[in-house]
Every structure is written in structure tokens, then in C-alpha cells.
Design a protein around this ligand. Structure first.
Ligand code: PMP
Ligand code: GLU
Length: 404
């Protein structure tokens, strides 16, 4: 009865973690939630007002599948203003979130047995979206020592005649890695020798970079790869816009047309109201974006101190996004108050939820066992309370020595 392709996929671990937290809370449990990656503040009032006005002005109907001319023009202006990249409206397609665009880009381009290179740690949805097309995600590990960045040699070794895409996500979810101009140049140099490989750049965290780090759009480093690059971005993170569901892709017309073909037969178009509000967000004052980035940077700095205060935890300081990707191997071998020996990141996630009431996501879900992801897109009060509870839970664990 059901599609065989579903056997290759699981529920998105971030959505599953959110559902678990919602369920625990509805049963009356107190949970401090560090799972889902979305800003904890509301969309800026002038953008909300743009949405309200859109409703009053009758933007309540279907729009063009690829997005309204007004929104595609606003996206083109944004790409030129912020990324120094020029795109015509026909090279831009709007979807219900960046996730929707990535999904449809794979649906439009992959055949059974094709390969997509996914550097690990990766955002949880990439491999499963590839697998849904009966294609094969080729996971390439990026070491903690390298700051979780893909090495050009590792990229070169992973490419085969079946490789169709390389996914580059900078700033990275979950590691917070931000690729420099030189690092991107080295990766693009590898791609030059392999014309069958397209480049998908996921730049959804571009505005959240800290401590002097700078977001570099890979296309600005290698404009010669433009004919085979799809730039993906969206408003979810930058404008605290997650529930409005607007994302977009910019790339070669032939790919954009085919993504649009799928939209005409599936979602028809993104919400008309949300598209109008997105124009207001992109064309309006940008202070809300800078304010968000500043807030996340101060939380990042505090989270790094809090992590340092707990023996057994360590973390490469994230230069971007709003996640700490914490090494928890230092806790292996300890015995929880429930009498279980900690032997994996999943065990640590269970310890944190059971003993501390703190929800985080296992690194295994991101292709990187031994770590966990903690979203710091939450208030400082919650972070302080959560880490105090984690510290107690860790202190309550016996070391193997004590046990013996
Ligand atoms: N890419 C990355 C790396 C993400 O973390 C997310 C999380 N939401 C998305 C894409 C999708 O965002 P959205 O669909 O809300 O635009
Ligand atoms: N990207 C966010 C996260 O990683 C939102 C959930 C999702 O789409 O995976 O938590």
C-alpha cells in the first residue's frame, strides 16, 4: 500500500525531538528545550504589519507558482545588496521554506543510484531527502580538529561518475562552522575538474556569524560555477519567520523551471500573505536582523563558558548559526543514577532529559556520534537553568573507578 521509498527515510530528528518535548509538556513535565532551531522571539512588528495589510488588501488568493513577481524582485535585490550576486527573476523560485526548495531541487535532478555528497556533521534532512529520490547520500566525515569543515582531499576522494551534487552549508547546522573565502576556493577548485557535480549552497544562517567571522557565499568565490550552482536561502532564521514558511532558490533557469514544474503539481504556490510579508522583510529596515545576531552572539559566548564549567563536555566555538555541537565522549564510562553506563551520545541525551529535564539532540542524528546539538536560540535564563540542571545530572553520575 505504501511507497517503498519510505523505507529509506525516518522522521526528521529535529521534528521528532520537538514532538517529544511537546508530548512531555502536555503530560505536565517541565522541560527545558534546547532542541529545535528557531529564533525564540517574534517576527518584527513592521513585518507582521505587512502581513496584516496584505490580508486587508486582498492578498488571499493563489499566486504564480514560482512566487509573486514582487517577491522574486525583492529576493533579486537582496542577493545583489548582501551577496553581490545578480539574478534575474526567472532564475529565482520561491517555496514553502528552504527545506521545500532543497527537496524539490533533488526531486527535479536526481535519478535512482545517483550520489550526493553530504559533509558530516550535516543538517538532518539532507540524506533522507536524497534517499527519497532513490539516490545515495555519500557521507563525508569532517573532523572536529578541522573545525568540522570539509577538506578538499576528502571531497576529491568522494567524487565518482555518479556524483550529482555537493551540499555546502555555511554557516553550518549543527557545527556552527563558517567557511572562509580560501576554504571555499579550495573546494570549488576540486569541483572544476568534475563538471557532472553541481553545488547546492545552503546559506540560511548567513546573518548569524560571530567574533569577526564573515559569511562568504560560495558563488561569489567561484562565479564560473554559476551554471551548476543552486543557492538556497530563506527568511526563517534571519527574520524569525519560521512559521510563515518562505524560502527560495536561485540558480540556472533550466533547474529553476523544473523545480517550478514540481511546485505547479504539488503545493501550487507559497502562501500569498507570507510572500507579501517577505517583501516587507527583505526591502524594509534590517535592524531586526542585526539585533538577532547580536543577541545570539552574547548567548553563544555565555554557552561556551557554561560548557567549560562542566567536566566531560567540550565544544569547538561555533563561528556561526545558533547551535553548540558538544563533544560528550568525556562522559563515557560513567554510570547514571539509574545504574546505566554511558556509552554513546544517545545515552547522554537520555541522561539529560531524564535527570535534568533538558532536551537536546544526539550527534548521531547529524552523522557524528560522540556529540550532541544544543540550540542556543533560547533565553539566557533558560540556558542558565538548563546548564545548572545538566551540571547536577553529570555530578550525580559515578565514574567507573567509583563503581569498581
Ligand atoms: N537548512 C538548514 C541548514 C536548516 O537548519 C534549516 C532549518 N529549518 C533549513 C534549511 C530549512 O529552513 P526553512 O525550511 O524553515 O526555510
Ligand atoms: N532547522 C531547524 C533545526 O535544525 C528546524 C527543524 C528542521 O527543519 O529540521 O532544528
Amino acid at each position: 500500500m505504501f511507497s517503498e521509498r519510505l523505507a529509506a527515510v525516518k522522521t526528521s530528528p529535529s521534528m521528532a525531538a520537538k514532538a517529544k518535548v511537546d508530548a512531555l509538556r502536555s503530560q505536565g513535565h517541565k522541560v527545558i528545550d534546547f532542541t529545535i532551531g528557531e529564533p525564540d522571539f517574534d517576527t518584527a512588528p513592521h513585518i507582521v504589519e505587512g502581513g496584516v495589510q496584505a490580508l486587508r488588501n486582498g492578498h488571499t488568493r493563489y499566486t504564480a507558482s514560482a512566487g509573486t513577481p514582487a517577491l522574486r524582485a525583492a529576493i533579486a535585490r537582496k542577493l545583489e545588496r548582501e551577496n553581490q550576486l545578480r539574478f534575474a527573476s526567472e532564475e529565482i523560485v520561491v517555496g514553502c521554506g528552504a527545506k521545500h526548495i532543497i527537496y524539490n531541487a533533488f526531486a527535479a535532478s536526481l535519478n535512482a543510484g545517483d550520489e550526493v555528497i553530504v559533509p558530516a556533521p550535516f543538517w538532518v534532512s539532507y540524506p533522507d531527502m536524497v534517499a527519497l529520490q532513490a539516490a545515495r547520500p555519500v557521507i563525508v566525515p569532517c573532523s572536529e580538529a578541522s573545525g568540522f569543515k570539509l577538506a578538499p582531499e576528502a571531497l576529491a576522494a568522494a567524487i565518482t561518475p555518479r556524483t550529482r551534487w555537493l551540499i555546502l552549508n555555511t554557516p553550518n547546522n549543527p557545527s556552527g562552522a563558517v567557511y572562509t573565502h580560501a576554504e571555499l576556493a579550495a573546494l570549488c577548485e576540486v569541483l572544476r575538474a568534475h563538471p557532472q557535480v553541481w553545488l547546492l549552497t545552503d546559506e540560511i544562517y548567513e546573518h548569524f556569524v560571530y567574533g569577526g567571522a564573515r559569511h562568504v557565499s560560495p558563488l561569489s568565490v567561484a562565479p564560473d560555477l554559476r551554471a551548476r550552482t543552486l543557492l538556497v536561502n530563506g527568511l526563517s532564521k534571519a527574520y524569525a519567520f519560521t512559521g510563515w514558511r518562505i524560502g527560495y532558490g536561485a540558480g540556472p533557469v533550466e533547474l529553476i523551471k523544473r523545480i517550478n514544474l514540481l511546485l505547479t503539481q504539488s503545493t501550487t504556490c507559497a502562501s500569498a500573505v507570507s510572500q507579501e510579508a517577505a517583501v516587507v522583510a527583505l526591502d524594509g529596515p534590517q535592524a531586526c536582523v542585526a539585533d538577532g545576531a547580536q543577541l545570539f552572539e552574547s548567548r553563544r559566548n555565555r554557552v561556551m563558558q557554561l560548557i567549560e564549567g562542566i567536566p566531560g563536555l567540550s565544544c569547538v566555538c561555533p563561528a556561526g548559526a545558533f547551535y553548540a555541537f558538544i563533544n560528550v565522549r568525556g562522559l563515557y564510562g560513567r554510570v547514571t543514577p539509574a545504574g546505566r553506563e554511558i556509552a554513546s551520545d544517545v545515552d547522554v541525551v537520555n541522561l539529560f532529559i531524564e535527570q535534568a529535564g533538558v532536551a537536546v539532540i544526539d550527534g548521531t542524528s547529524y552523522g557524528c556520534p560522540g556529540f550532541l546539538r544544543l540550540s542556543f536560540a533560547t533565553s539566557l535564563d533558560q540556558l542558565e537553568a538548563g546548564f545548572a540542571a545538566i551540571a547536577q545530572a553529570v555530578a550525580a553520575c559515578k565514574t567507573g573507578m567509583e563503581d569498581a
